[in-house]
Design a protein around this ligand. Structure first.
Ligand code: PMP
Length: 419
């Protein structure tokens, strides 16, 4: 008998078959068929709180939170009510609804470094707008980004090469995360043309053990920017409001000039934001930046409600507490079975790998058994905690993961015997 089910359920299978014709490669993104692990569903039928259900009726504890956006749990009542109220007035209007100003003011109040807010739809819009503000402000071209970092699917930063021409990346240069010398070398190489440095709050590249930022690295970036006049851009799209109630580097005492936000800020509704320092107001105002849906009011109402709930319920602390329970439980389960693991990242965004498992085969076995046991985790991407995850959910997830570690030990022992 195979350790995990070879496929997901029949309804999922039928949808996959249709999608493979109706869409160019079927479903894209993290649940694309070529990335999918055995037993994982591709299609979701509904979601509530800390749980979701696939189209075949299987229930999962959601530890991926839709890749970050679900911060308070699916369909949080306060957020849904705010959206319903706004939707009864207007969502997509000729101009913005008053809620746009309310939200801009609220973000400026909550995030220390911000004096203004610019709204868009996707995280990639926000990171790209940050580059544009930096270039407009400095009159320079080059942006430094970390090798392997993800800042969106746009030609300047997408991980793939197809459809990208060298000109798209002509003004992007690379450094290694947590390696100040590599930053200094890249800055030196482009001295006189350095517009900005974009950095994520921690190294959360897919498929790699995560790295928290060295305080010295973060400080060094700030100093280098101060010295050269380049702008420090914090890509808070993935981490925003999980590491802090404010920008993710506030706990480190590092103030970026610009930050990009999306994912968690509206609990699943599509919106992104650029926040910036007062000195950059003119540069931001000079951009030709707009989009058909950038005034959409439902998602702005959702963001306001999300921020209110997160503040009132001290959500960041709550996620850290549940995340710690999960983290400690995972270590315990693995330890009891003598399975070596690398558990890295932040309490609210953990990631698990197995030493030496470069192909992610063991991670896939683990994630497959977790799916069978009703827990959804991805083998190549950091996981996410929401405030809806209860202690009981975390305990259930830890129990399921025990079966995952059993399976990993079994596969590893079998491989040893074969070898
Ligand atoms: N930056 C980071 C750090 C991200 O994680 C993502 C999305 N995974 C993006 C930018 C791009 O956001 P979006 O997919 O909404 O364009």
């Amino acid at each position: 008998m195979s350790i995990v089910a070879a496929t997901s359920g029949p309804v999922d299978e039928a949808l996959r078959a249709r999608a493979s014709t109706a869409l160019p490669k079927g479903i894209y993104g993290h649940v694309a068929a070529d990335l999918l692990w055995q037993g994982a569903p591709q299609f979701v039928s509904r979601a509530e709180g800390s749980r979701f259900w696939d189209v075949d009726g299987n229930e999962y504890v959601d530890l991926m939170c839709s890749w970050g956006p679900i911060l308070l749990g699916h369909r949080h009542p306060a957020v849904e009510e705010a959206v319903e109220r706004q939707h009864g007035l207007v969502d997509c209007g000729n101009g913005p609804s008053p809620v746009m100003v309310d939200l801009a003011e609220r973000l400026v109040e909550v995030v220390d470094h911000a004096a203004w807010t610019l709204f868009a739809k996707n995280g990639g819009d926000a990171t790209t707008l940050c580059l544009m503000v930096a270039r407009a402000h400095t009159g320079r071209g080059t942006i430094l980004m970390a090798e392997g970092a993800y800042h969106g699917s746009l030609p300047w930063c997408c991980p793939g090469e197809a459809g990208v021409v060298p000109g798209d990346r002509a003004h992007i240069a690379y450094y290694r995360y947590n390696d100040l010398e590599s930053v200094a070398a890249a800055a030196q190489h482009h001295s006189g043309d350095l517009a900005g440095i974009i950095v994520s709050p921690f190294r959360h590249d897919a498929g790699f053990d995560q790295e928290m930022p060295d305080a010295e690295f973060a400080r060094g970036l700030r100093e280098l920017c101060d010295r050269t006049g380049a702008l420090l851009i914090l890509d808070d799209v993935r981490c925003g409001f999980r590491l802090a109630f404010g920008s993710s580097w506030e706990p480190l005492g590092i103030t970026p000039d610009l930050s990009a936000w999306s994912k968690g800020i509206a609990n699943g509704y599509a919106i992104s934001a650029v926040l910036g320092a007062d000195a950059l107001r003119g540069a931001a105002a000079s951009l030709s930046a707009t989009g058909s849906f950038w005034f959409a009011a439902d998602s702005m109402a959702a963001a306001l409600a999300t921020i209110d709930v997160l503040e009132r319920e001290r959500g960041v602390e709550a996620m850290s507490r549940t995340g710690r329970l999960l983290w400690e439980g995972i270590e315990r389960q693995a330890g009891e079975r003598g399975v070596e693991i690398n558990l890295t990242g932040h309490m609210t965004m953990p990631y698990l790998t197995f030493p030496g498992d470069r192909s992610h085969r063991l991670s896939e076995v683990f994630a497959g058994v977790c799916a069978r046991e009703g827990v959804f985790v991805h083998p190549r991407h950091n996981w996410f905690i929401s405030t809806a995850l209860t202690e009981a959910d975390a305990a259930a997830a830890v129990a399921a993961m025990g079966h995952g570690f059993d399976a990993v030990a079994e596969v590893r022992d079998a491989a040893r015997l074969d070898g």
